[in-house]
Ligand binder design. Structure first.
Ligand code: C2E
Ligand code: MG
Ligand code: MG
Ligand code: MG
Length: 283
């Protein structure tokens, strides 16, 4: 028994060793991807006005263009990047690239009403955040930062508060992401003075099937109204959810039921259509 116990331990040890080696390799790949400057790219998920379903904006969502594994979603690497303390650098690259892409779209005739970019708490604490919009001054009035991890937002340091205020002075809007998920608190609505809040997907998924959930989301909308904060519902997947969210008074809708995140090329192809057509007809 003693012997087999030892063997089990040896096998376990071997597994751990392989796992650790794999993690090390992934970290090196992430480091390399950050340095090449082309591997982390934004995808864009459109958002629509509730009711009219006009294009209201888009959320930039990071993807890792991996040489062997293809396009990877953040769930595959962001937690590792966090351990490496390099989410702030990913955020910086995603923001700069998104702004450049939106700028190109404008030249191609597609004016995006608003660009929303996720900003991690790591990035928020970085005083350089302010400089990342440099060179894109013409776009700041259509730029919005989605702030997550509000455990952090609730006891914001003076430094963070100052950076946020300076960005808001420049015209950058703030949004509270994943509201109702347990991380974003009601206090952040007063502390951050956001322009919008995004109701978390977990609340949206049952909004049309559970009366208590409908009332809960309705109450969030009421609070937002009272504070003059707009409401976005994320993760709207079905026609019935879209209908309920609209009747409850959500301002903006985002979800697979309307459109999935897509590449910059696909976004322009899909939402730049009308412009392209009118430009073509002028020729
Ligand atoms: P999030 O900011 O709450 O973004 C919404 C996520 O929900 C996205 O996942 C989006 O693809 C997904 N989603 C949208 N509609 C639906 C739907 O109808 N059903 C379902 N099941 N999912 C839907 P994604 O792109 O995998 O991103 C996951 C999370 O990673 C984001 O959640 C955000 O917290 C983080 N993230 C993404 N991009 C960045 C970034 O550039 N920087 C930072 N710091 N975090 C990012
Ligand atoms: Mg977000
Ligand atoms: Mg969200
Ligand atoms: Mg979410």
């Amino acid at each position: 028994a003693k012997r087999s116990g030892k063997n089990t331990f040896a096998i376990y040890n071997e597994k751990m060793r392989i796992q650790a080696a794999r993690l090390r390799a992934t970290k090196e790949e992430i480091q390399g991807a950050l340095e090449d400057g082309i591997s982390f790219i934004p995808y864009f998920q459109p958002q629509f006005l509730a009711g009219s379903l006009e294009l209201a904006g888009a959320e930039a969502l990071v993807r890792w263009q991996h040489p062997r594994k293809g396009i990877l979603p953040p769930g595959e690497f962001l937690h590792i990047a966090e351990e490496m303390n390099c989410v702030a650098e990913i955020d910086r690259q995603v923001l700069r690239k998104s702004l450049a892409i939106v700028s190109d779209w404008r030249e191609a005739g597609l004016v995006l009403p608003r660009l929303s970019v996720n900003v991690s708490s790591q990035r928020l604490a970085d005083p350089g955040l302010l400089f990342s919009v440099e060179g894109f001054e013409d776009q700041v009035s259509r730029l919005s930062f989605e702030l997550v991890e509000s455990t952090y937002l609730d006891n914001t340091s003076e430094q963070v508060k100052q950076t946020l205020a300076q960005l808001q002075d420049l015209g950058v809007e703030m949004e509270i992401d994943d509201f109702g998920s347990g991380y974003a608190s009601i206090a952040s609505l007063v502390n951050i003075r956001p322009k919008r809040l995004k109701i978390d997907r977990t609340l949206v998924s049952n909004v049309d099937r559970d009366d208590a959930m409908t009332s809960l989301v309705q109450s969030i909308v009421d609070i937002a109204r009272a504070l003059e904060v707009e409401v976005i519902a994320e993760g709207a997947e079905t026609a019935s959810q879209i209908e309920t969210l609209t009747s409850i008074g959500c301002d903006i809708l985002q979800g697979y039921g309307l459109a999935r995140p897509m590449s910059a090329e696909m976004f322009l192809e899909t939402y730049g259509m009308q412009e392209t057509a009118s430009v073509a007809s002028q020729r």
